[in-house]
Design a protein around this ligand. Sequence first.
Ligand code: 13P
Length: 250
Amino acid sequence: MAAPRRKLIAGNWKMNGGLAANDALLRALVAGLAHDGCKVAVCVPAPYLAQVQALCAGTSLELGAQDVSQHDAGAFTGEVCAAMLKEFGVGYCLVGHSERRQYHGETDTLVAEKAKAALAHGITPIVCVGETLAEREAGRTEAVVKRQMAAVIHTNGHCISEIVVAYEPVWAIGTGKTATPEQAQQVHAILRAQLKAATEHSARISILYGGSMNAANASSLLGQADIDGGLVGGASLKAADFLQIIAAAR
Ligand code: 13P
């Protein structure tokens, strides 16, 4: 049976943007989106959720956040909980991006709890996994991504079929060094098999590729059997480039 997955292209703006720039970018995106295309989301910095929610209203563009607290509410200065994100119409939330793991010490267990918090509020977590260059060179890619994924599977039980996964090799993020379609497909197949062993509904789970995806390399990556979309950093900040990636996902 064919997998019931429509491709998803998600932009991760990271800590970029501003009121005027967001307005211009989103208007250009909305004007350029095809009606029958893939699913498209933008994961924006928290202060811009209300602005982007308003600009996406009535369009097919979906709203995403970049992080979420594992807690529901309370004395956690600086944190944003899933219920707050939900109030702004957030449909997706990145969890465990390598920049959060690297600069904020997020562990596999914490990432799993964040995914659980998002799911509890009807937000789809985009769970990011990926190996560093040193780990790849040491032949540990499979062990690392499986370990990261196992924690999320363990904590989320049967809800695991509601997540989206993003494979983002750390060495490919913001470096211009994309994984080859074959390298990416190999890891996606490993993750797919792991998810299949965890749930009978694994065919619903989209596995995105992220790491220097751009207008030139998108179609060969997206043509792989187990690559269901992209998580796009730098190229999602330029409307023309992002629209070309979206067009490649049809
Ligand atoms: P780049 O597309 O800029 O390499 O970033 C990828 C990424 O980290 C998306 O989450």
